[in-house]
Design a protein around this ligand. Sequence first.
Ligand SMILES: *Cc1c(COP(=O)(O)O)cnc(C)c1O
Length: 392
Amino acid sequence: MIRVDEKGFYGKFGGAYIPEMLHPNIEELKDNYEQIIATEEFQDQFRSLLKDYVGRPTPLYFASRLSEKYAAKIYLKREDLCHTGAHKVNNTIGQIILAKKLGKKRIIAETGAGQHGVATATVCALMGMDCTVYMGELDIQRQRPNVERMKILGATVVPATSGSKTLKDATNEAMRQWINNPVDTHYIIGSVVGPHPYPEMVARFQSVISEEIKSQLLEKEGRENPDLVIACVGGGSNAAGAFYHYYNTPEVRLIAAEAAGLGVSSGKSAATTALGTMGILHGSKTLLMQTDDGQVVEPHSISAGLDYPGIGPVHAHLFDSGRGEFVAVEDEDAMKAGIELSRLEGIIPAIESAHAFHALNMISFKKDDVIVINLSGRGDKDLDTYIKWGGY
Ligand SMILES: *Cc1c(COP(=O)(O)O)cnc(C)c1O
């Protein structure tokens, strides 16, 4: 059985490994979130914003030319068509409504590449909430357009200037701020990572993806269950959303595509299940890339969204239990898969999502198997990377 227990564990992974000072914040969230999101009032507001603001349900599109090429029936779950261009907004919508119901006035978030920062700034503007996003100083230089998007949306972007000046340092800064402002502030985490209850809470908000796949597939194929679901994994939120309602349906294969960067053994990758060992990252026990003495190894991926040294605890458990099948996709192969999708279907994917498409070349499946690929985001944000790579 894949499900979270009362202490926030999926098998061996999960929990809440946090400083004493953060306990009241986490306890408040843990004690209240399930009850709040179960109310009709919450659900009405969540569903109505997903529909009219985000544009859900996103289509389940039968990709005929891609299907022909791979001799399978391939459907694309079009999260790229969500407002803001990716699945991340499903989670930030859920958390902002929750924050309001908890009586919070102010939102903080951390961001690496800026995608989660933009999704957070977006919903803060929507709800009239004060928004501060922590971002590594180096990432601010590297991700100018997203920094400007956040500012246009009215958010304050605060540089994290310690350590490597990247995501890890931004996370530390956000945690520090939350400890200092527990009463009026909610911290929006952007993936199925962090201390319990975040991983399960974020997965629940993203689970609308597999909820829709089930009914859409029933309509198109006469059955709710595909043979395979494929998704890319950074922290793992789009994959958790696409897998959620299939966790305990063993006849549906769950395929997770990680970023191998320049190659699993190149020293420049983000292939966590291939290289990781058990440890504590961002407040949960999970698999992460670390040195023998427990220093987090700087990850590398051509896609900013997969450039993360760990994975959410549910994915560590999917891997450990054998329920999930993990593949590691190199930069070059992901880029080619992105071009292939562009040419075959007229859809330029986010480079994160392109990793999921290359998985078609790495796994075996039967002729005419029904495959759903979660197209987590669109490629507009990645145009510079496509241009610099140039291989088209
Ligand atoms: C952020 C991002 C990802 C990776 O995050 P997950 O939490 O693993 O889903 C994948 N695809 C896109 C388009 C993203 O923006």
